[in-house]
Design a binder for this molecule. Structure first.
Ligand code: 0A1
Ligand code: ZN
Length: 853
């Protein structure tokens, strides 16, 4: 039961919990519909909250069987959110709370707390799932050592920490490291292990295991290899050593998010563990490597040092994303990784920050914390750390991080603590920098130039539009990495970081012999939008000469965008100069194929729609789709010969290797194919589909065949070949919708939703279909409104089953205000239909209310 009229939780109202927890002992008697959880918890008064206090414990969906304090039975007052034992019924000093509750893992479709997936028991406790397991102070600043006994006939019984005892039908685990309840985990099932080991820098041997369904072992080696590389990297890059005897990873098919960093027992969505060349794409391999690293890195940034409250979520998430980005840069190509990250940031976080869901990296109020696992907290949170590092330099960053681990190990910390270690380690005042955490919105940076007597001056003006609840924005500290090039292409001023802190600020460069060409915001040194009218010739110059690979790509990107926006506005023919510049890049064999592949990718339709909206024009999705296709066709016609040559040259014969170089070749090859597909009627795609030796090529070829209007046979063959592999069938749903023609998208979605394999209660499957539907920009926004209606129907159907996923997926509508009056009215009607549903979840209600504004 959720509160009828819920109140928001406010950062300003934080108070420490009145008790500390000295230890937790849990016994689980597992049974699908009636699991018993017996808890014995030591409490002591918290000196930070003097006086006598009631004992308030969180608890939801629990049936209380018995409760006692210091062995004396009692009947506490229970409400929908927990229970209260009055202070008068508690001893003055420390005491022991005991409770037995019954829960229903089988009926738990929300996948939060203890639930079942394919016959196995597993848990998801972040953010507030532990309260569905037993009564407890379910907040991250209450940390305690846990001892867990699991009783079940299932052969594999796992929990956090180290295994300390086992017998027929039971096992016991002890976690010596105090932790908040959100890091608790339990798994029980008939699972097979893939094992390895890692010897830490101080010489301790750690037993590693990845637990999967029997038969899936041969798809685990890449995840295991990624884990070992992550453990080594964290020792080398951050001096962080692992701290238990075992490290377990479990793959589950039903999981709301990507993965979870439970202490010593990471639980993963199976799509982020299982990979083989036949079943996983290069993008899957890279994602697996990154997420395995991310969850492992949380052991220090999240677990050893956790968050004081959920407002501080970015403390662990921003930092851990930043760390996993650094790891991937080291494992693969740093420039390509940076471009990928910026593409994601712009596609997801900028979109969020420019719409009704904008919120600070550290929010200060929420109704449902699960709604704040956002691109802003994660990806912008990581960007903010990148800026800090740029401002204090490598050495300063290392000193600050050493101090952070030293000072806060074992703490539940805050953003204030985090900034203080930087201040103390570097002597810098970060009061103004802190606005990046407290203020929402993406700053726009306007630039003007002046050239006089050998002095070149850049003047920047920053402006951030109002966001919900924040009308006025103060200037932020913005690190602007700049380089200057001579007209002949030589770099005359190498990368310099300008520190902007005022609303308008000028920076002067003296002693130049000619007016330079500026390369601004190198490496995307701050998450801002650069507003500068640039002639195509200057962009083409940077595309050819910039020494900063990010800005080289950015110049090409901006050119493509300018061309497309012009085509959309007045239907002109695509610019030949741009296509020729692209052709020179394509043929430049000194450039990494992965980089060239990124340059060939045109800006997305969603991105173009946002750009048009920013310029005060209502985007027409069908028209954008048509013009983008027209540009792709023009590129293919003009560059047919080099595209075909590169397509042939980038083949990767021989055994499949998931390494970055091979993946880059395949990416470039498929980028060429996608363009050539516009003029060859799908012939190359058909040939590739038949010969494909890996999923990257099969999926790429299938997408092209569907785009070319001849996908039926391959679609059927793909299904026949893979219908027993859930992860591959997710792709089958996704590809068909992502590439459906705009006017057929809603009908395709309806047909696929009626397919017997559309197991909609499985989050991966639901996301595969509905996520792809909303990502098909022109199809989702088809003027008929059919896709909007269909999507809203399914959100309403899923809401009572899994509110968390429903709420997240309602963000498909967050951009409604961009479009024309008719579309706006259609979307608003669907949103208000959802909002007026009598029993809507708190999660979805909060999101839809905010989206409507
Ligand atoms: N902390 C995990 C992700 C995660 C977050 C929330 C969840 O349920 C609401 C589940 C997982 C991570 O960053 O990987
Ligand atoms: Zn995380």
């Amino acid at each position: 039961m959720k509160d009828a009229a819920p109140q928001p939780t406010l950062l300003a109202e934080y108070q420490p919990y009145p008790f500390t927890v000295t230890g937790v002992e849990l016994t689980f008697r597992l049974a699908p519909a009636a699991t018993r959880v017996i808890a014995k918890i030591g409490f002591a008064p918290n000196p930070e909250r003097p006086g006598r206090h009631d004992l308030r414990l969180d608890g939801e969906t629990l049936t209380l069987i018995s409760a006692a304090v210091d062995g004396r039975p009692l009947s506490p007052t229970i409400d929908g959110a927990g229970l209260t034992v009055p202070a008068a019924a508690l001893p003055q000093g420390p005491f022991t709370w005991e409770a037995e509750v019954e829960i229903d893992p089988k009926g738990n479709t929300a996948l939060e707390g203890l639930y079942m997936s394919g016959g196995m028991y597993c848990t998801q406790c972040e953010a507030e799932g532990f309260r569905k397991i037993t009564f407890y102070p379910d907040r991250p600043d209450v940390m305690a050592p846990f001892k867990v006994r699991i009783e079940s006939d299932l052969p594999v019984l796992l929990s956090n920490g180290n295994p300390t005892a086992e017998g027929e039908g039971w096992a016991e685990w002890t976690d010596p490291w105090p932790k908040p309840a959100y890091l608790f985990a339990l798994v029980a099932g008939d699972l097979a292990a893939v094992r390895d080991s890692f010897t830490t820098m101080s010489g301790r041997k750690v037993d590693l295991a990845i637990w999967v369904r029997d038969g899936d072992q041969d798809r685990c080696p890449y995840a295991m290899d990624s884990l070992i590389r992550s453990m080594k990297w964290d020792e080398e890059a951050y001096g962080r050593e692992y701290d238990l005897d075992v490290f377990n990873i479990v793959a589950v098919d039903d999981f709301n998010m990507g993965a979870m960093e439970n202490k010593g027992l990471n639980i993963f969505n199976s799509k982020l563990v299982l990979a083989s060349p036949e079943t996983a794409t290069d993008a899957d391999f890279e994602r697996i490597e990154g997420v395995i690293a991310h969850e492992y890195f949380h052991n220090w940034t999240g677990n050893r040092i956790t968050c004081r409250d959920w407002f501080q979520l970015c403390l662990k998430e921003g930092l851990t994303v930043f760390r996993d980005q650094e790891f991937t840069s080291d494992m693969r190509s740093a420039p390509v990784k940076r471009i990928d990250d910026v593409l994601t940031l712009r596609a997801r976080q900028f979109r969020e920050d420019m719409g009704p869901l904008a919120h600070p990296v550290r929010p200060d109020s929420y109704f449902e914390i699960n709604n704040f696992y956002t691109a802003t907290v994660y990806e912008k949170g990581a960007e903010v750390i990148g800026m800090l590092k740029r401002l204090v330099g490598e050495d300063g960053y290392r000193r600050a991080l050493d101090l952070y681990f030293d000072r806060h190990d074992g703490d539940a910390a805050t953003i204030e603590d985090w900034l203080k270690v930087f201040e103390d380690a570097t002597g810098r005042d970060l009061a103004q920098f802190k606005r990046w955490y407290t203020d929402a919105g993406t700053p726009r940076l306007a630039v003007t130039e002046d050239w006089q007597d050998g002095a070149y001056t850049l003047t920047f003006t920053q402006k951030t539009a109002p966001t919900p609840g924040q009308d006025v924005k103060a200037p932020r500290v913005i690190p602007i990495a700049v380089g200057l090039l001579n007209p002949n292409g030589d770099e005359v001023v190498p990368t310099t970081v300008l520190e902007m802190s005022k609303a308008t600020q000028s920076f002067r460069f003296d002693g130049l012999s000619a007016r330079p060409v500026p390369s601004l915001l190198r490496g995307f040194s701050a998450p801002v939008v650069l507003d500068r009218a640039v002639e195509p010739a200057e962009r083409a110059f940077l595309l050819a000469h910039d020494t900063d690979p990010f800005n080289r790509w950015e110049a090409g990107r901006a050119l493509a965008k300018d061309v497309l926006i012009t085509m959309i506005a007045d239907g002109t023919d695509p610019d030949g100069g741009f296509i020729d510049a692209l052709g020179r890049l394509l043929a430049d064999e000194t450039l990494d194929p992965a980089f060239r592949a990124l340059c060939l990718r045109l800006p997305s339709e969603d991105d173009l729609a946002q750009t048009l909206h920013d310029a005060g024009r209502a985007p027409d999705p069908a028209h954008i789709h048509g013009q983008r296709k027209r540009l792709a066709t023009a590129i293919a016609r003009r560059l047919e010969t080099p595209l075909a040559a590169t397509y042939a040259a980038m083949a990767t014969p021989g055994a499949f290797s998931p390494d970055a170089a091979s993946a880059g070749r395949r990416a470039l090859r498929l980028a060429c194919l996608a363009l050539l597909n516009r003029i060859d009627g799908g012939d190359r795609a058909a040939a590739l589909y038949n010969d494909a030796g890996n999923m990257t090529e099969s999926a790429g070829a299938l997408a092209c065949l569907i785009e070319a209007g001849r996908g039926e046979a391959a679609t059927n063959a793909f299904y026949e070949r893979w219908h027993e592999n859930r992860l591959v069938i997710d792709k089958w749903f996704m590809i068909q919708l992502l590439h459906a023609a705009p006017d057929k998208t809603a009908a395709t979605a309806e047909r696929l939703a009626a397919h017997p394999d559309f197991d909609w209660k499985n989050p991966n499957r639901f996301r595969a279909l509905m996520g792809a539907l909303s990502a098909n920009h022109a199809g989702f926004h088809d003027a008929s409104g059919a896709a909007y209606r269909f999507y809203a129907d399914w959100l309403l159907k899923l809401d009572p089953v899994n509110p968390q996923i429903t709420a997240r997926m309602s963000t498909a509508f967050e951009t409604w205000a961009r479009y024309d009056a008719d579309r706006k009215a259609l979307i608003r009607a669907e949103l208000s239909r959802i909002l007026h549903h009598p029993s809507l979840s708190r999660d979805t209600r909060e999101m839809v209310t905010r989206i409507l504004g």
